[in-house]
Write a protein that binds this ligand. Sequence first.
Ligand SMILES: [Zn+2]
Length: 223
Amino acid sequence: MNPNLDHISPVAEASPDAAPESASAVALGRLAAGNARLAAAIEAAEDPRAALSAFARADPYAVILGCSDSRVPPEIVFDETVGQLFVVRVASGVAGPNEIGSIEYALARWGCPVLVVLGHTQCGGIAAALDKLPPGAEPPFDARGSMHLGSLLSGIRSGLGPTAAISASSDPWRAAAEQNVRRTVELLLNWSEPIRRRVTEGRLAVVGAVYEVESAQVRFLDG
Ligand SMILES: [Zn+2]
């Protein structure tokens, strides 16, 4: 984790005499308070200038394509500091033109030698794309009235491909996450000439991985 900043509390303290506020104002206040704690911790560091420069340096050695799920932030999952990972996050890790373009940018800019497609178990987006919900899954959300959400769900569904094997699996969460990751790796190699070229030249490894929410462990998939 970031050195010298370990004392920052991850949860904002609520003031007992605070006036009733809207949920939005409370949430925004929590974000602002968190950033104020970060700024204060940098200020209080033994060498504030060095502490600040650690936040300003971008030198990523890995690109991560992952899901927006709040439980799977790559910097936490891989215990990395600011500036070390180039992260592209979108629901269920769907790789469309914008995501692939972002990855290509990072590869061209920093020459990162590894690209990890990071799926995870209990992925709500994938569950919504299955014909049969995995155990414990919430009912699929109603995308009616949201053209963009509807389009996202179709993207997840087509990226995932046939789902019969997932439904028949004894661990559908894991099977779904794994199939989604493997197909995304294939898609990246098929659709992106820069990614494919780097792999052929031995300058890049594209690796699938599944974060298991149940154990907080990442399982890297064989090629
Ligand atoms: Zn997810």
